[in-house]
Design a binder for this molecule. Sequence first.
Ligand code: ZN
Length: 481
Amino acid sequence: MKTFDKTVLTKKSENISDWYTDVVLNAELADYGPAKGTMVIRPYGYAIWERVQQVLDGMFKDYGVENAYFPIFIPYSLLEKEKEHVSGFSPELAIVTHGGGEKLVEPLVVRPTSETIMYHMYAKWVKSYRDLPVLINQWNNAVRWEKRTYLFLRTTEFLWQEGHTAHETEEDAVKMQEAALEWYRQVYEDYYAVPVVTGLKSRKETFAGAKSTYTVEALMPDGKALQGGTSHNLGQNFSKAFDIAFQNRDGKLDNVWQTSWGFSTRSIGGLLLTHGDDNGVVLPPKIAPIQIVIVPIFRNGADNEIVKTYSESLYKSLKAKNIRVKLDLREGQSVGRKFSEWELKGVPLRLEIGQNEANDKTVTAVRRDNGEKLSLTLIDFENQSSEILDNIQSSLFAKAQNFLNENTHQVDNYDDFKKIMNTSRGFIKAFWCGDVSCEEKIKEETKATTRAIPFNATKEKGKCIYCSNDSENLWYFAQAY
Ligand SMILES: [Zn+2]
């Protein structure tokens, strides 16, 4: 942080992708790794991921999902067992051909996802309905080759969780698929303060080897959509390929019904893009590693000891309320610089404590989201601190929700569709006949892909935006990140 000067930040409105990179690097969230496509997640960025882990892991465990760990190396032959799966992933695989100074007899794939290796093991473990359901998650890394790095959003190696379950019936599997998507929606909306569209993917956008894919889709400030997390109903595709068979309650042999679902560090990119401004990151309190920072203002000739003591007691009382609070007592840094650093890092609330505050037992607080300065008595502040944080959280959500509403357009002709894609972009709701050739043409001509059909959508009568054939489904389209 020593060399940071906020005047070097690109303005978000001028060039959002340069702004994004400037902010991620300067706020010390992440950096480029020496190998192309790789990213180093720095402690402050990792602290956000740890918050995500804490929140999601709690949800998983409440449901009965357990954590485990499976190897990063997968024999190539395992990947080939499910044909759609291997063809979907082969363009982005990293393959190990040598180990210990020798050419390997069988190449090993560095996991792009763990369906194959986990289900190879499930086939060994599941014999009877009594062994079901299997509800396993792993927190790990995965590798999918990328030629260009975009910190958090597109990296060859990323961190995520992947849940993999096996059930007696398809009904149970679908319940699991829905539960996982609901967790992801909650993380986005309730923690990230990022509103999402939830729904079903088109056949073309469905996970390789799955029967159906559910998704959470967020709209970024540049009008592109971010696929925020997905949950797949794998049907019996993998259980047949991997021979995960069990004796059912009628004594007959059956294949299990499966799901898989994942949420990655990519989501942090969406979080940063959504709320950040020209001064840097803006973090919603519920996900912020530091919710409140206290900056004591020491001055020559002032009674600095009383300021320090007062700041320390404030720190203790906030900590006792389970608020994630930091007291910035660093020396050799000007107060002004400290203010801009914490602004850059997006801490939701900054307390400025000088001699006046200490003498009068008051608190001066500055909100990161709107810059509002609050002057409160110590008692009022202590009573209201959680409420202020909640207010910041809901203001951020409301602002993002407004943006989403304003940038969701329903169109009934292809000219309007193209015009929007050429200008502001955003979500476009349009009828689509379901034919993959229309979907491909639209992508070719406008860069927009089908994002989802919302769960709550009712069937309506309309004409496909591309071919004008009868259609009954309104789809969300957008250019994807
Ligand atoms: Zn069509």
